[in-house]
Design a protein around this ligand. Structure first.
Ligand SMILES: Cc1cc2nc3c(=O)[nH]c(=O)nc-3n(C[C@H](O)[C@H](O)[C@H](O)COP(=O)(O)O)c2cc1C
Length: 187
């Protein structure tokens, strides 16, 4: 795992936050989610979907998994789908939350609230592990760093950072709340 707040060899994190990002926007959302979960008292590991889908990675020890992917042409990043497929059995026995990030432009906030369509490949795997549909967060198209088609798209009014940190944090708090033992008071 790439990031951990483990303080000893037998101290496992509660939550694994996994992200599949091409240009970094979704990774940034995963960081906000992880930071908020930690602020709510949970121990959190963060990993890329590429790393977390590797054959030698196990989800044993995690109570919950948060998985997020960027949307490209209506699809999730391949590694996020691979993670869902590869760990289906383990995910079935855990709490799982999903998000996707994508909508950009003047209407991004509204589109994100409405929710972008869930890719069919994701829906099948997600139903198989009994998780709720992904929540949608706005994306980012940065004209300064975009390449290829993204750079062309970022010339118009799609450009900008359409992520909403407060909405992301609020979502993470609902996850933390449902993972707290009954009677726990947040710090
Ligand atoms: C070629 C291309 C295709 C995209 N397709 C979609 C899409 O189908 N739906 C959507 O909501 N956003 C789409 N987006 C926006 C991206 O999802 C958004 O820029 C996101 O923040 C990218 O995440 P990343 O920075 O983690 O790679 C597209 C962006 C590009 C460059």
């Amino acid at each position: 795992m790439s990031t951990s707040d483990r303080t000893g060899p037998d101290r496992h994190a509660d939550v694994l936050v996994v992200h599949a990002s091409k240009a970094g926007g979704t990774a940034g959302i995963a960081t906000v989610v992880a930071d908020e979960l930690r602020a709510q008292g949970l121990r959190v590991d963060v990993a890329t979907a590429t790393d977390a889908a590797a054959d030698d990675v196990t989800l044993a020890g995690y109570r919950a998994v948060v998985l997020g992917s960027a949307l490209y042409a209506g699809r999730w990043r391949h590694d996020a789908v691979r993670f869902l497929r590869r760990h289906a059995v383990m995910l079935r026995g855990r709490r799982v939350w999903l998000f996707q990030s994508g909508p950009c432009g003047p209407d991004a906030a509204h589109q994100a609230e409405q929710g972008a369509a869930e890719p069919i490949s994701v829906r099948r795997l997600r139903e198989d592990i009994d998780a709720d549909p992904p929540v949608t967060f706005g994306g980012v198209l940065d004209p300064a760093t975009a390449h290829g088609l993204a750079r062309w798209m970022a010339r118009g009014d799609l450009a900008g950072d359409h992520r909403d940190p407060e909405r992301i944090r609020a979502w993470a708090r609902t996850i933390a709340q449902s993972l707290q033992p009954v009677g726990h008071v947040s710090p």
